[in-house]
Design a protein around this ligand. Structure first.
Ligand SMILES: O=C[C@H](O)COP(=O)(O)O
Length: 243
């Protein structure tokens, strides 16, 4: 899919207010390519603060939300609350949510549906573990996860699909540009065949200033979801990967 390079920065459970200020100062200084769509995802506690300080052209995302608008769900936040503070995006289905917090395809699908109906835009994540890749199950796993998401999409233009092989997340072991391209193309073909739709498909997993250019040059890589490097100065290099 052509268009701007989509660059998401997932801060995960990192940063203090002071560190948030430092990252924002780095983004204010830039330079930020006009050919990039930038979305940063701080922890929920800092969403409103980061939103108020982020420079023009940098959007903000929550890292998760629940599938209901309100109620007795201690510890959760709803899409309505995210919208209420002026934040437009949410990340759903991240592999850390799947593995550590035991979120399954059905819950992720329900979250996608509700977030979209509340007017949020969604970065929905899929990806196989090392064991699944080594037993040739990559396709089966990412198709199953993508199907559970796609079946719940009502507004396709408001969804970005993030392919994040679990073995590449936070490990320094990036998928090669060929490995990323291969899965992205398969996902695109799957969406076309089963849903007659296209989505922006971004790559996540140890993206750095060093490997971003080659990855971003792949035909079916529409951008990145960056973890660790989104907290560092090299995030600017990644934003500018395509110039
Ligand atoms: O959401 C981001 C991904 O989990 C990638 O994290 P990473 O860049 O630290 O490997």
């Amino acid at each position: 899919m052509s268009g701007k390079l989509f660059v998401g920065g997932n801060w995960k459970m990192n940063c203090s207010k002071k560190q948030a200020d430092e990252i924002i100062a780095m983004l204010v200084k830039g330079p930020l390519s006009k050919n990039a769509e930038i979305v940063i995802a701080p922890p929920a506690l800092y969403l409103e603060y980061v939103k108020s300080k982020a420079p023009a052209g940098v959007d903000v995302a929550a890292q998760n939300c629940y599938k209901e608008a309100s109620g007795a769900f201690t510890g959760e936040i709803s899409p309505a609350m995210i919208k209420d503070i002026g934040v437009e995006w949410v990340i759903l289905g991240h592999s850390e949510r799947r593995a550590i917090f035991k979120e399954d395809d059905a819950l992720i699908g329900a979250k996608v549906k509700h977030a979209l109906s509340a007017g949020l835009k969604v970065i929905a994540c899929v990806g196989e573990t090392l064991q699944e890749r080594e037993s040739n199950k990559t396709e089966e796993v990412v198709f199953r996860q993508t199907k559970a998401i796609a079946e719940n999409i009502t507004t396709w233009e408001n969804v970005v699909l993030a392919y994040e092989p679990v073995w590449a997340i936070g490990t320094g072991k990036t998928a090669s540009p060929e490995q990323a391209q291969e899965v992205h193309l398969k996902l695109r073909e799957f969406l076309k065949k089963d849903f007659n739709k296209d989505l922006r498909i971004i790559y996540g997993g140890s993206v750095t200033g060093k490997n971003c250019k080659e990855l971003s040059a792949q035909k079916d890589v529409d951008g990145f979801l960056v973890g660790g490097a989104s907290l560092k100065p090299e995030f600017i290099e990644i934003i500018n990967a395509r110039g």
